[in-house]
Design a protein around this ligand. Structure first.
Ligand SMILES: [Zn+2]
Length: 383
């Protein structure tokens, strides 16, 4: 899988180099919270019946991608992708096929279909999709296909979209922090819609709302030193294929990406925290102590969540969260990652994962932690 064209790199690199240096932000943003009404609005929209569970390749997913792109545009982000030499796009199209004859549970680890370079982190051979509870039996793993060059070729593949927008930093704008979430879900089986409010309308709403908060600061002249790339992936539930495509076709060279902060399921309380719901799992796979310490600092300055109360922050964890969302494709490509999640609950991968069950004040705290962490990393001195 190669880059569609060098113009894409030239375009964003030129912007990253060319914006005149403005005042370096030194403002104290620690009292700021991500607006809860905005989070709620996005979750209810994304998890509504009208989007039909946002299954990769369906009209519901396409409509969700248009909704997200519109929100990025309203937040004055730059379109992260190029259609041609003059036109930008908030959407990155990729082609995929359904892997026939490979039921979930027997297939490869999400993201492991890539032949790309695997550096420090190799998936454990014992892991299988059976670790995923209750995925509908009709839902099949996906794999990327080459973008077709003829109409005849295109009849054999389906298309989906990642969504991306860039907020330009100031003096260190060439260094880019990725904030990501997947917006796809499991679609519907018969008439039953899998709403995916926690998985992952909650994370998508977080990224959209954090972008909006950064924009409201930028309009007051308060900008982070480093740039922020807001990314929403499709194809996650079918095997992390949207992020796999992005990493192989990034409009910004991967060596300019400082880290990926990935958010997948942040609106609920898992089975272990009913009495102590003020928590969030922070999963790093032990690869990024420096980043983890910044999260702790951001947390101490703002929302005071219990991080990793109950574990999960190891590569050997039986739940294997480290390998189960889009950040893993960044880690495989040598970009360190942080992963925020709430764990699992009885509505996980069920039609009953609905917007009314989200704890919006808790979602607000976790989204705020994502914002505060991104702000600190984006303004950190030195590296
Ligand atoms: Zn899921």
């Amino acid at each position: 899988m190669r880059l569609p064209g060098l113009k894409v790199i030239y375009f964003l690199s030129a912007i990253l180099l060319g914006v005149s240096q403005s005042v370096v932000a030194q403002s104290d943003v620690s009292p700021l919270m991500v607006p809860v009404d905005l989070l709620r609005k996005h979750v209810f929209m994304l998890a509504s019946d009208s989007l039909q569970g946002r299954e990769t390749g369906t009209i519901g997913q396409q409509q969700a991608s248009i909704y997200c792109a519109r929100s990025f545009r309203q937040s004055h982000l730059l379109a992260a992708f190029r259609i041609d030499s003059v036109q930008g796009s908030f959407r990155q199209t990729f082609a995929f096929t359904v892997r026939s004859g490979v039921p979930f549970g027997m297939g490869q680890l999400p993201g492991s279909a890539s032949s790309g370079s695997v550096r420090a982190y190799q998936s454990p051979s014992s892991f299988s999709r059976s670790s995923y509870r209750s995925i509908p039996s009709t839902y099949k793993p996906l794999e990327l296909a080459p973008l077709p060059s003829t109409a005849k070729d295109s009849s054999n593949v389906s298309f989906s979209h990642n969504v991306g927008g860039l907020l330009m930093g100031t003096d260190l704008r060439r260094e880019v922090i990725v904030l990501s979430a997947h917006y796809d879900h499991l679609g519907k089986v018969g008439k039953r819609v899998y709403h995916g409010a926690d998985d992952n309308a909650s994370g998508t709403a977080t990224i959209l709302s954090v972008a909006s908060l950064f924009d409201s600061l930028a309009r007051q002249g308060i900008r982070p030193r480093r740039s922020i790339l807001f990314l929403l992936f499709s194809g996650e539930e079918g095997g992390l294929v949207g992020s796999q495509y992005f990493v192989a076709n990034s409009p910004i060279p991967l060596n300019q990406l400082l880290c990926d902060i990935n958010v997948d399921m942040v609106g609920r309380v898992d089975d272990f925290h009913h009495k102590k719901p003020n928590y969030c799992y922070l999963i790093t796979g032990s690869q990024t102590n420096e980043l983890a310490s910044i999260v702790n600092r951001a947390n101490d300055l703002s929302v005071h969540l219990a991080l990793n109360d109950g574990g999960y922050d190891t590569q050997s964890d039986p739940k294997q969260y480290f390998y189960r969302s889009d950040h893993y494709n960044f880690v495989k490509a040598g970009v360190p990652a942080l992963f925020f999640s709430d764990g699992e609950h009885p509505d996980y991968h069920q039609p009953s994962d609905t917007a009314d069950k989200i704890d919006y004040e808790l979602l607000q705290k976790r989204a705020t932690l994502v914002f505060q962490t991104a702000w600190l990393i984006a303004n950190e001195t030195g590296k």
